[in-house]
Design a protein around this ligand. Structure first.
Ligand code: FES
Ligand code: FES
Length: 172
């Protein structure tokens, strides 16, 4: 058997992983080629996570993994043993995510909506860690999320409106 054949067989071999997705523990057998994106969309049916470029450039597939926003197309499922994953479905009842969603509607930060789940997850990961980030920090957090529709300023406005509202509330 040559090295290439051995690698191909290794990649087909299933690995058993335990991971928590949206608060629910799963025990799954995944092969070496399965991406976290495939796992959440195909195995678990969380189709709010979108597939755009498939190469880590558009951010449509962003989920939160252990408190960090990651492109799920670039993470192998086999690397997720023990991880805590949150997809857009997992923040349906989250107050901050709901505020962001409303603000995106009000400020025009959502148009076709394809990028929106990814943008929302990147923003939430940032604001959970740093509730009052600077403009530069917001731009850094969102630099991996491409949007064809909005021109980005309405997205910035949406995020900043939530930050300003929460900051004002804190001062009262
Ligand atoms: S689909 Fe993952 S970054 Fe584009
Ligand atoms: S709203 Fe259409 S890609 Fe962002």
């Amino acid at each position: 058997m040559n090295e290439l054949q051995a690698t191909a067989i290794d990649q087909r071999e299933a690995t058993r992983i335990r991971l928590t997705v949206n608060g629910k523990l799963h025990l799954l057998d995944v092969d070496g080629n399965t991406r976290l994106l495939d796992l959440v969309r195909n195995d678990l049916g969380h189709t709010g996570t979108k597939e755009g470029c498939s190469v880590g450039e558009c951010g449509a597939c962003t989920v939160i993994m252990n408190q960090e926003a990651v492109c799920s197309c670039m993470v192998l499922a086999a690397q997720c043993n023990g991880a805590e994953i949150t997809t857009i479905e997992g923040v349906a009842e989250d107050p901050l995510a709901n505020q962001l969603q409303q603000s995106f509607i009000e400020e025009g930060g959502v148009q076709c909506g394809f990028c929106t789940p990814g943008v929302l997850m990147s923003t939430k990961a940032l604001l959970d860690k740093k509730p009052t980030p600077s403009d530069d920090e917001i731009m850094d957090a969102l630099e991996g999320n491409l949007c064809r529709c909005t021109g980005y300023q309405p997205i910035m406005n949406s995020v900043k409106a939530v930050i300003a509202r929460n900051h004002d509330k804190d001062k009262q």
